[in-house]
Design a protein around this ligand. Structure first.
Ligand SMILES: Nc1ncnc2c1ncn2[C@@H]1O[C@H](COP(=O)(O)OP(=O)(O)OP(=O)(O)O)[C@@H](O)[C@H]1O
Ligand SMILES: [Mg+2]
Length: 338
């Protein structure tokens, strides 16, 4: 039996999560090492809240998402969702939990069956979970759902290719909502869309969150995209979370050198209020997750790095109120932003 959910407990709580892929030699396909895609990630998503997860390409964001929904296997760590530990859940129970845990992808076209109508795409989930909507109500509920996501309900018999990119993303959202989830993981859900369409889809997601009490794990590589939709933000670098804070706090007082660099590249929405920011250019390339640097993973590209960074891995610890950061120089950085 699932435990009763404690109202103070976050809806999703990820602790020290590790997910690796075998690194194979190109010749004999022998396993010659491990790609540590997710290497000790911790964060919470509260019920009805939105956590933005940001980081460069390859930092492990999608692997975190895929591990949460059970598409990749966690090597170690804990994923608690709605009072249940997912890493040790038998497959049959995972199918039940997956109803509450839906995902929206970057490219809805690739994830929508081109030979199915919108109605078939949405009702497929109800065929698999017959207790959600009785068959007699399929047509009415599809129309309601399409209307809810801003699509014309009379277009239910159309095929995905008859819609624009933004409309197709709305079909993806309708499909994700069909099973009435508690948490929706949006993996780069608006990244492929034009800026104006992006804003419309973000507004829709925000309305749905408010009206339906949804929570989001909202993944993007671009900080400016997560800014308006997130109440908290976690910054990932090479398989680790290096800083988490409320959206407001992260944008006004970034503590980790990596977050500061990422933020310096984001246009300031209120430049008249503040002196202009100097862009911080991070030198070098992202190291391979198959052979990460010792100590702090960011040290090879960090302008504050010292000897201690090579020998000691900094823990993700709160430095300001509810503002954990993984950096040996966080105390200096706190002084600098005070
Ligand atoms: N199935 C896989 N097999 C081997 N390596 C993988 C696999 N999936 C991901 N990786 C590796 O794991 C690391 C993290 O990848 P992931 O896709 O999670 O990053 P990401 O942050 O989502 O990047 P992006 O912003 O490009 O989507 C990368 O080095 C990637 O090459
Ligand atoms: Mg990704």
């Amino acid at each position: 039996m699932p435990e009763a959910t404690n109202s103070a407990e976050p809806l999703l709580s990820v602790r020290d999560l590790h997910t690796s892929f075998p690194l194979r030699s190109s010749l004999l396909r022998r396993t010659v090492g491990q790609i540590q895609a997710v290497a000790g990630v911790s964060f919470d998503v509260s019920a009805g809240g939105t956590l933005g997860l940001v980081g460069e390409s390859g930092s492990g964001k999608s692997t975190v998402a895929r591990t949460i929904v059970g598409l990749e296997k966690a090597r170690s760590g804990s994923i608690r969702f709605d009072g249940e530990e997912l890493t040790s859940l038998p497959p049959a129970s995972m199918r039940r939990v997956r109803r509450q845990l839906q995902m929206i992808f970057q490219d809805p076209y690739a994830s929508l069956n081109p030979r199915a109508t919108v109605e078939q795409i949405v009702t497929e989930a109800w065929e698999i979970h017959p207790d959600v909507v009785p068959r007699a109500r399929f047509r009415t509920e599809v129309r309601e759902l399409l209307e809810r996501v801003g699509l014309n309900p009379d277009h239910a018999s159309r095929y995905p290719h008859q819609f624009s990119g933004g409309q197709r993303q709305r079909i993806g959202i309708a499909r994700a909502l069909a099973l009435r989830p508690k948490l929706v993981i949006c993996d780069e859900a608006v990244s492929a869309l034009d800026v104006s369409v992006q804003a419309q889809v973000l507004n829709l997601l925000e309305d749905l969150r408010r009206d339906l009490g949804l929570a989001y794990l909202f993944i993007a590589h671009d900080l400016s995209v997560v800014r308006h939709i997130s109440d908290r933000v976690a910054v990932m670098y090479l398989g680790r979370v290096v800083e988490t804070a409320t959206q407001d706090e992260l944008f006004s007082r970034p503590l980790h050198p990596y977050t500061q660099a990422l933020l310096s590249a984001v246009p300031d929405p209120k430049p008249w209020n503040r002196p202009p920011r100097e862009p911080i250019i991070i030198g070098g390339d992202v190291p391979s997750p198959a052979d990460p640097p010792s100590g702090c993973r960011f040290r090879t590209r960090c302008w504050k790095a010292d000897d201690v960074c090579a020998t000691t891995d900094p823990a993700l610890e709160p430095r300001l109120d509810r503002h954990p950061v993984a950096c040996h120089f966080a105390t200096d950085l706190v002084e600098a932003v005070r």
